[in-house]
Design a binder for this molecule. Structure first.
Ligand SMILES: Cc1cc2nc3c(=O)[nH]c(=O)nc-3n(C[C@H](O)[C@H](O)[C@H](O)COP(=O)(O)OP(=O)(O)OC[C@H]3O[C@@H](n4cnc5c(N)ncnc54)[C@H](O)[C@@H]3O)c2cc1C
Length: 482
């Protein structure tokens, strides 16, 4: 399959936009094979725009490229949000970045297929990584009805498990999981239907809606503090086609704020089908910092183009030239006022190479779910914010950590709900921030922790209290990295 390597953009304006209309087969899955099962047939189907084929997003490579198959997780190397997005949606699915798959023309002229099932279930072991799951569901499209001929085709519509925008491991199924379809289908935790797990007393249980209601409530958001998951069963949703791409600009201190404000205004009231973020990324060495707008529209190119046109006008705003370790800080915010944007741009000018700051549009279906320990006030946030910093092991630059901490404290905190989604709880978080992630749910959650894990067996996670219920020092919260 063709791979196009992304290169540093020439000066000025929009330098890359990629529309995907193609589909290609995927490679074999790795590790234990997930199982796919289907609920009863849909009584009636939503429409897929006529003239569109079953298709999916091709890999988008981020601002600095990155090797196919490399992962930011585990080693901390190669952290790159753009690459993560491409790989996360498409591991092994399609042609390389910024070039349509070879067969896209033939598919784009063929008829759409309506999914026959409203959703499917995917079962996988807890060690499975997001990329494996994506690859599996992409390799196993489910039946669809041809909108022109009316004929049912057995392998027509790809399904997608709601997971992170950046491909990570499957523990997000118990911690949050914010990504491309969260605004459409909720977080990962909202799509889990069953978790087989080992509790602190050694019992192996299958937590689900039919089981212990307290445990079911607690593990969707705070799972690692309650047990070791061994198997997940989760919902996957039909995503017949996606229109997605990056808009990439050189970062310029004088103009970046206007660009971000324009982006914010464009995505205000966006439909739930739209995933959108804007990120600032510093370096790599000898390269300009960039402002990148990433969008993924779960719908046809025609519909998606409306957003492209909006974003094209952003170019007018921009007048200026256009073994690692990592540190993560995140928050949920209720608004993105001009002042926050202005301060963010000024502060970002001082970050060292390898720092990425990102605002991701939240809202939508995330607010629809109420029966987990992630409280309403957290779910009502309009943006997730994250500082994702990476730097070489040999570099000892305190700014790699301090700039993220300061940004969160000075600029983000005034509009923050208090804590991030638990999936973004970093090591060494102060107890107060962790508790704030659970807001109004905290006291019930702490009571359940005392009941299910009185000896504090599951301590190597975000849980901020010791066995006596006293706040832990941030630095002993987790063992050091090996
Ligand atoms: C660069 C980067 C980008 C990211 N982007 C996103 C994003 O787009 N969306 C998002 O939601 N999150 C994102 N995250 C956060 C990420 O989702 C979390 O770090 C996530 O927990 C990683 O999953 P993992 O399985 O690899 O976790 P690990 O790092 O392996 O573990 C995380 C926690 O889960 C526990 N755990 C692991 N396995 C199990 C198990 N089987 N049973 C019980 N507990 C277990 C561990 O003890 C630990 O406390 C990002 C992180 C980074 C570094």
């Amino acid at each position: 399959m063709p791979i196009t390597t992304f290169v540093q953009p020439p000066s000025g304006g929009v330098v890359a936009w990629n529309a995907t209309t193609g589909f290609s087969a995927v490679g074999p899955t790795m590790g234990a094979t997930p199982l796919l099962s289907m609920p009863p047939l849909m009584p009636s189907m939503g429409s897929v725009p006529p003239g569109m084929s079953p298709a999916f997003l091709q890999a988008l490579r981020g601002p600095f490229g990155g090797g196919e198959g490399t992962s930011a997780m585990g080693t901390g190397a190669g952290m790159n949000m753009g690459m993560g997005i491409g790989m996360g949606m498409n591991a092994g699915m399609a042609a390389g970045p910024f070039s349509p798959p070879a067969d896209s023309r033939s598919h784009s002229s063929s008829a759409a297929r309506n999914p026959v099932h409203p959703h499917a279930y995917v079962t996988f072991g807890a060690g499975m990584r997001q990329r494996d799951i994506d690859a599996y569901t992409a390799a196993h499209p489910l039946p669809g009805q041809n909108t022109v001929s009316g004929v049912r085709e057995e392998h027509a519509v790809p399904y997608y498990v709601p997971m992170s925008a950046h491909p990570v491991g499957s523990s997000i199924m118990m911690l949050g999981g914010f990504g491309f379809v969260s605004r459409m289908h909720g977080l990962s935790v909202d799509n889990v239907v069953e978790v087989e797990m080992v509790l602190a007393d050694g019992r192996v249980v299958v937590a689900s809606e039919e089981g212990d209601p307290d445990l079911w409530w607690a593990i969707r958001g705070a799972g690692p503090a309650f047990g070791i998951a061994t198997r997940y069963k989760v919902r996957a949703h039909p995503i017949p086609i996606v229109f997605a791409g990056n808009l990439i600009y050189r970062f310029h201190r004088a103009t970046a704020a206007s660009l971000i404000k324009h982006f914010r205004d464009c995505v205000k009231n966006a439909p739930r089908e739209l995933y959108a973020n804007v990120l600032l990324t510093a370096g790599p060495a000898d390269k300009d910092s960039l402002v990148v707008i990433q969008m993924c529209y779960a719908g046809s190119r025609e519909d998606g183009l409306a957003f492209l046109r909006q974003q094209d006008s952003v170019a007018q705003v921009l007048r200026g030239k256009v073994g690692r370790q990592w540190f993560l800080r995140s928050s949920l915010i209720t608004s993105l006022p001009d002042e926050v944007i202005n301060k963010t741009v000024l502060e970002f000018s001082n970050t060292p190479i390898g720092c990425t700051w990102i605002f991701e549009l939240a809202g939508g279906a995330i607010e629809d779910f109420e029966d987990t320990c992630l409280p309403k006030e957290q779910r009502a946030a309009t943006w997730t914010v994250a500082a994702l910093h990476q730097w070489d092991m040999g570099i000892d630059d305190p700014r790699c950590i301090e700039t993220a901490e300061e940004w969160m404290k000075r600029t983000i905190a005034p509009v923050a709900t208090g804590g991030p989604l638990p999936t973004f709880l970093g090591r060494h978080e102060p107890a107060s921030r962790t508790m704030a992630s659970f807001g109004a749910s905290w006291s019930r959650l702490a009571g359940l922790k005392a009941r299910y894990d009185p000896d504090h067996v599951f301590r190597n996670c975000f849980w901020p209290l010791d066995a006596r219920g006293e706040p832990l020092d941030a630095l002993v919260n987790e063992p050091p990295s090996p």
